[in-house]
Design a binder for this molecule. Structure first.
Ligand SMILES: NC(=O)c1ccc[n+]([C@@H]2O[C@H](COP(=O)([O-])OP(=O)(O)OC[C@H]3O[C@@H](n4cnc5c(N)ncnc54)[C@H](OP(=O)(O)O)[C@@H]3O)[C@@H](O)[C@H]2O)c1
Length: 334
């Protein structure tokens, strides 16, 4: 692509900002290695409203927290005002129905933009619809950052493992519970461990989506539905969080040579997919038990590779932003 690509960001929180910073750092590489020139022409959030400038927004000012007045009234006007070629959706997960993110991504595709998201909601509730809409409009719906911070899972299967049959997977996909369980192994109560994880910036102020296994369940569904052609919804996953675990139980497991981890897994059984999120004591010989702190791992079982694993050590916002960047390059080069 030789013309300038207009980018519009919906959501400007931790991930949105990290993405803008990464884009600036990679501007030279995008131009020289991929022939991509870009400018940021739209930014929006609940508090900011719908801000657009087709000539290009002042990125350093945005990062300093200085925003021009919002001029558009809704997502469709905003996409048009920003003349967006790519919409990046990094808003919070709505675990009830994935809205309004799904409607925002639908608008992007219907108005001729690629739709790229870090949000699990649209993948869990509307993967097939958005994939088919993108296909019909000759655009892409991509979401690499939704699971494991942008580690190339979805693109690995789509681009490098053609005609493979994914039979199942198991993994450690939620770093907050991983950090909390380690604190409990060291003697902390659940409440103390949560406070420590919050002090480290790993846990949210309200950590219940992590503690109760929702985040892990949504990741499990996203992987099942995209890689195993499942049609799972949140109620289809057997979900057990870590609330019922006591420090004594976690420590006793460790004394027996096991580590408690919140394990996500899904396997084909006949024509259905059986998916589960639950804390399990894993023997220390299991690679899933080796995963420490904010690291994560996923092991796939396929018809060709009996075991194929991806590990991310100390993931973070930069890695999540990288997933969006890689999706951007994939979209505009396709
Ligand atoms: N943080 C991570 O490491 C990570 C990793 C992978 C994926 N993700 C996913 O990426 C997304 C963003 O995460 P984050 O950490 O950046 O969250 P965050 O810091 O809380 O930011 C969320 C942003 O979305 C906006 N927003 C929320 N609901 C909205 C709505 N209904 N309409 C318009 N804007 C809305 C918020 O705007 P206001 O402040 O104006 O409400 C804010 O700008 C989430 O879906 C998360 O699950 C995060």
């Amino acid at each position: 692509m030789n013309s300038i690509c207009n980018l519009a960001l919906l959501g400007f929180g931790n991930v949105g900002r990290a993405f803008v910073e990464l884009l600036e750092r990679k501007r030279g590489a995008l131009r020289e290695q991929h022939g991509i020139e870009f400018r940021l022409t739209g930014v929006a959030s609940r508090r900011l409203g719908w801000i657009a400038d087709p000539g290009g927004l002042d990125v350093p000012a945005l990062l300093r927290g200085q925003f021009p007045a919002a001029a558009s009234a809704n997502v469709r006007d905003w996409i048009a005002a920003a003349r967006a070629h790519v919409v990046f959706e990094t808003t919070s997960l709505n675990r009830h129905d994935g809205q309004p993110a799904i409607e925002h991504l639908r608008a992007a595709l219907e108005q001729g933009a690629h739709a790229i998201s870090a949000n699990k909601g649209p993948v869990v509730f509307a993967y097939e619809e958005l994939r088919d809409l993108a296909h019909a409009r000759n655009k892409r719906f991509l979401f690499e950052s939704a699971v494991m911070d942008g580690v190339p899972i979805f693109s690995m299967f789509a681009e490098t493992l053609p005609a493979i049959d994914v039979r199942g997977f198991r993994g450690i996909l939620n770093s907050t519970t991983n950090v909390i369980l380690e604190q409990m192994e060291a003697g902390a109560t659940l409440e103390q461990a949560i406070a420590k994880a919050q002090a480290l910036g790993v846990a949210e102020t309200d950590p219940s989506d992590d503690i109760d296994g929702w985040d892990a369940a949504f990741k499990t569904i996203a992987l099942s539905n995209v890689l195993m052609q499942g049609r799972l919804r949140p109620g289809d996953v057997r979900r057990l969080g870590i609330r019922e675990l006591s420090p004594e139980k976690v420590q006793a497991a460790r004394a027996r040579g096991s580590a408690y981890k919140l394990v996500c897994q899904a396997y084909r059984r006949g024509n259905t997919i059986v998916a589960e999120v639950a804390p399990k004591p894993l023997p220390l010989s299991d690679p899933l038990a080796w995963v420490q702190g904010t690291s994560s791992i996923i092991q796939f079982e396929t018809d060709v590779f009996p075991g194929l694993a991806l590990t991310e050590v100390n993931g973070g916002l930069d890695a999540t932003a990288y997933g969006l960047l890689a999706d951007f390059i994939r979209a505009v080069r396709s």
